[in-house]
Design a protein around this ligand. Structure first.
Ligand code: SF4
Length: 498
C-alpha cells in the first residue's frame, strides 16, 4: 500500500505535495518522492529517497522545487529488493522521456507484472531498470501515447489509458504529469484502490506569484484527509476506470465510460475502512470514523448473545492500539461494559503489520505495547483489534494481558477471518503465513490462547461500510481481477522477503 498526491495550479504545488505526503505517511514508510514540472523553464524537478517524508525532504531540498504541477508518493513496498541500492531504484515517482516526458506514481499492484515485463522487454525491446511494476505501466502508457499519437487531445490520451487498462490486471490508482501538457489521473476499472479529487480557489498571493493562473487549484489524493488539511473541498472520488486530465490551460477533462461500457462492478477494498485509511478520511462517500463506530455497534450485537447465555462475561473492553480504538468505544457503549485503554503504545515504533520480516514484527510487539496490570488484574478482558493477519501479534498481546493478571481474555476483531492473499497492494502474501487460512475457528482460538474468539461477520462488515460491492477477496477468495499470474508474483514476493 502507498499514498499518492498530485497538485495542479498553484505555485506552491510541491510544498502542498509535501504536506499531503505527511498526511498520507500512515500508508507507507519505506520511501518518499516528489516530481514537479515548471511551465516557465519546461523542466522537471525530482527528488526521492528511502525514509520518512520529513526525513527525505529537508528544507533545502524542498526549496529547490518549482512549478505549478507536482506529484508525490510515499512507499510501502509489497514486493521488491531489500538491498538498499536496488531498493532505491524502485522509489517513485518514475520518469520516461519518449514519446513525451512523463512522470508517474501509483498506489497498488499489477498482478500480471511478469507477463507485462516480458512483453515490454521482448516485444518492445525496452530495458527495465527496476523491479517496480510502475516502470512497466509507464512503458505501456508511453507506448499507448505513441501509438495514439497523443498531442493535446484528451480523446487520444484516454485511448492510451484504455490500452493500458486492457493490458494491466490489478488494483491501481495512478497520478502523472505529461510534460508541458498537464496532469493526469486514473483509477483501475474496478476502483480497488482509492483516489479523490479536490479543488479550491487560489489566494491573492498565489495569483500574484503566478500571473498565468487559472484562479483554481486541483488536488488528487489517496485519501480526503490530505485534501482537508490543504484547504481543498472534496469534489468526488474518481469513479472506477475514470480517466482524468487537467490540461495546461486549467481545463479539466474526464471520462468514465470504460468501466460502464464493459459493465465492470466497482470493488473498492474493504480493508481501507478496516485498517488502512486515516479515521478522518471519507472514502466513496463513507466516513472511515463512522464506519469504525458502526463496526463496534454491529460487533456488539453479535457478541451480546454470548454474554446473555453466560458463555462470556467481560468486565472491560480494551482496544489494541491504535486502529481499533474508535470501534472499541462504540462496542463498550453498545454492551454497556466499561472502556479501558490499558494497553499503552510506544508511539515511536512503526506499525508492526507494515514491518517486513517476522523477526522484526516480534521484536516490535514487545517494544511497542505495555499493559497496565493494576487495571487488568482479576478481570475478564474483551480485547478488540482491527484484524488478525499472521496471528503472532495477537497471540503475544493475549499472553501479555494474561501475564498482567486477566482471568479470561476474549479476542474480537472488526474484520472477518483473513484467509487468502491480497494481490492488489496489501501485504498478505502467502496463505501459509495467514493464521486463519488453514485452521478452523477453534484452532485459531487455541493458537492465539484466547478464551473466546469472535470475528465481525461478513454481513456486518458490509452493513457497517454501507455497501454490498466491495473487494473482500482476502476473506472469501473471490478475486474481481484475474489472478492467473499470481503464483509467479507470490514466489517473487517470498524471494524478496527471504
Ligand atoms: S484482497 Fe483484501 S486487502 Fe486486498 S484489495 Fe481486496 S479487500 Fe483489500
Amino acid at each position: 500500500m502507498c499514498g499518492v498526491v498530485g497538485v495542479f495550479g498553484t505555485p506552491f504545488s510541491s510544498q502542498e505535495a509535501y504536506q499531503g505526503l505527511l498526511l498520507l505517511q500512515h500508508r507507507g514508510q519505506d520511501a518518499a518522492g516528489i516530481l514537479s514540472f515548471d511551465d516557465d523553464t519546461k523542466e522537471f524537478h525530482h527528488y526521492k529517497d528511502l525514509g520518512l517524508v520529513s526525513d527525505v525532504f529537508r528544507p533545502e531540498i524542498l526549496a529547490g522545487f518549482a512549478g505549478q504541477m507536482s506529484i508525490g508518493h510515499t512507499r510501502y513496498a509489497t514486493v521488491g529488493p531489500k538491498n538498499p541500492i536496488e531498493s532505491k531504484r524502485d522509489i517513485q515517482p518514475m520518469t520516461i522521456n519518449y514519446p513525451h516526458g512523463i512522470g508517474m506514481v501509483h498506489n497498488g499492484n499489477i498482478v500480471n507484472y511478469f507477463e507485462l515485463k516480458k512483453y515490454v522487454q521482448e516485444e518492445k525491446r525496452r530495458h527495465l531498470f527496476t523491479s517496480n511494476d510502475l516502470e512497466v505501466l509507464l512503458n505501456i502508457l508511453s507506448d499507448g501515447i505513441k501509438e495514439k499519437n497523443v498531442i493535446n487531445q484528451f480523446d487520444q490520451f484516454q485511448e492510451a489509458v484504455k490500452f493500458l487498462f486492457e493490458k494491466a490486471q490489478g488494483g491501481y490508482s495512478v497520478l502523472g504529469i505529461l510534460a508541458d501538457k498537464g496532469l493526469f489521473a486514473f483509477r483501475d476499472p474496478h476502483g480497488i484502490r482509492p483516489l479523490i479529487l479536490g479543488e479550491r480557489d487560489l489566494t491573492e498571493e498565489e495569483k500574484k506569484l503566478h500571473p498565468k493562473n487559472f484562479g483554481k487549484s486541483y488536488c488528487l489524493s489517496s485519501e480526503s484527509n490530505a485534501l482537508n488539511f490543504l484547504g481543498y473541498e472534496v469534489v468526488r472520488d474518481l469513479a472506477p476506470g475514470e480517466i482524468l486530465f487537467i490540461d495546461k490551460s486549467g481545463e479539466l477533462f474526464s471520462s468514465t465510460d470504460y468501466s460502464k461500457k464493459n459493465q465492470i462492478t466497482p470493488k473498492p477494498c474493504m480493508f481501507e475502512w478496516v485498517y488502512f485509511a486515516n479515521p478522518e478520511s471519507v472514502l466513496e462517500g463513507r466516513s472511515v470514523y463512522s464506519t469504525r463506530l458502526d463496526f463496534g455497534i454491529n460487533l456488539g450485537e453479535e457478541i451480546r448473545p454470548y454474554i446473555e447465555s453466560g458463555e462470556i462475561s467481560p468486565d472491560i473492553v480494551v482496544p489494541v492500539p491504535e486502529t481499533s480504538r474508535v470501534a472499541a468505544i462504540s462496542l463498550s457503549e453498545t454492551l454497556k461494559i466499561p472502556f479501558r485503554e490499558v494497553l499503552i503504545k510506544n508511539r515511536y515504533i512503526q506499525r508492526s503489520f507494515i514491518l517486513n520480516t517476522q523477526e522484526s514484527r516480534n521484536r516490535a510487539v514487545q517494544l511497542k505495547l505495555t499493559a497496565i496490570a493494576s487495571e487488568i488484574r482479576g478481570k475478564n478482558v474483551l480485547l478488540l483489534d482491527d484484524s488478525i493477519v499472521r496471528g503472532t501479534t495477537s497471540k503475544r498481546i493475549i499472553e501479555m494481558v494474561k501475564e498482567a493478571g486477566a482471568l479470561e481474555v476474549y479476542f474480537a476483531t472488526t474484520c472477518p477471518p483473513i484467509k487468502f492473499p491480497c494481490y492488489y497492494g496489501i501485504d498478505f502474501p502467502d496463505p501459509k503465513e495467514l493464521v486463519a487460512s488453514s485452521r478452523t475457528h477453534e484452532e485459531v482460538r487455541e493458537y492465539l490462547g484466547a478464551d473466546k474468539l469472535i470475528y465481525l461477520s461478513v454481513a456486518a462488515t458490509k452493513k457497517s461500510i454501507g455497501r454490498e460491492n466491495l473487494c473482500m477477496s482476502c476473506i472469501d477468495g473471490c478475486y474481481p481481477v484475474d489472478i492467473g499470474c499470481a503464483k509467479k508474483f507470490q514466489d517473487m514476493r517470498n524471494l524478496h522477503r527471504e
